[in-house]
Ligand binder design. Structure first.
Ligand SMILES: [Zn+2]
Length: 296
């Protein structure tokens, strides 16, 4: 049976901490390196429901993509939700380890798993890591569909390939537009529009697209946008990470069980569709009268 330090070494080989962005906070958050590990739970978010799931399953290690503490803290008192998570974990003897932007950079990493889930073949990184002479690592991926699909069909394929969330998938572009080359970036991807345009792709699949970057991107080029829930775009990596750790465990002869959390921790919990999705404005009668004070 491996010790926590052995399992962390195996995870660090898959996702070296030095590949993380300088602002990131990856690695061991809590846990005793000398404790034995039999069960490892993988999840996107270190939220209380996931921590409770780890306790209920009898996990010894919880591996999450998102950090619990991205910035420093001076207290882990259980008076805050993060402190409560730390208390619940330590009381149950569960370690917490984070692989975030180092898992984005890895090949295979977060965007490779996303590409595979939505039926794409990876060609190259979208933002290559200059420290990788092989040119395989980096943020996001440039990919290709086996054959072009109309945007509406491609978006349906994306929705079907990802775990279900309340918000589903948002699309910008002509639904009939043929899509062949596609850029993907798991998680918040609105910082990479310049690279997306330079890649000459037909569509960009990512999450968290805000009004202004999305509006400017669609004005600047014909690239179609497919915006899924942040959690859903990163979730496929959990299976990849669990399989990779299992392979490492088999190599070392460790008895190790892994599990991927299926709890939907996307913060959006419901979606109210418009009564008629094609009518862009509410009835004029429902508008405030000219005398009504402006809401600004
Ligand atoms: Zn993320």
């Amino acid at each position: 049976m491996p010790k926590l330090s052995d399992v962390i070494n195996a995870l660090d080989e898959l996702y070296p901490p030095r590949w993380a962005e300088s602002w990131d906070a990856v690695g061991l958050v809590c846990g005793d390196p000398d404790e034995q590990v039999r069960r490892v739970l993988f999840a996107v978010d270190p939220v209380q429901a996931v921590v409770e799931e780890a306790v209920a399953w009898g996990a010894d290690l919880l591996v999450t993509h998102h950090p619990l503490y991205l910035r420093g803290t001076t207290s882990v008192a259980a008076t805050s939700f993060k402190g409560r998570a730390v208390h619940t974990l330590i009381r149950a003897g569960i370690a917490l380890h984070v692989a975030h932007t180092n898992a984005d950079q890895a090949a295979p990493g977060v965007s490779d798993a996303l590409a595979e889930a939505i039926g794409l073949t990876v060609l190259a990184p979208l933002v290559p890591d200059p420290s990788d002479p092989a040119g395989r690592r980096g943020i996001g991926r440039i990919c290709q569909l086996p054959a072009p699909l109309p945007l509406a069909e491609f978006a349906a394929q994306v929705a079907a390939g990802l775990p279900a969330t309340a918000t589903g998938v948002r699309v910008s572009g002509d639904p009939k537009r043929p899509i062949h080359r596609v850029a993907v970036s798991g998680g918040s991807g609105d910082g990479f529009f310049a690279e997306v345009r330079a890649a000459g792709v037909d569509a960009y699949v990512t999450a968290d697209l805000r009004h202004h970057p999305a509006s400017e991107a669609t004005e600047a080029s014909a690239v179609a946008l497919v915006d899924a829930a942040h959690w859903a775009t990163e979730w496929p990596w959990l299976n990849l990470a669990a399989r990779s750790l299992e392979a490492a465990a088999a190599e070392h002869g460790w008895e190790l069980a892994t599990r991927v959390s299926t709890l939907v921790t996307d913060p959006w919990t419901a979606h109210a569709p418009m009564p008629d999705a094609h009518s862009s404005m509410p009835d004029a009668q429902a508008q405030p009268s000219a005398d009504a004070p402006s809401a600004g």
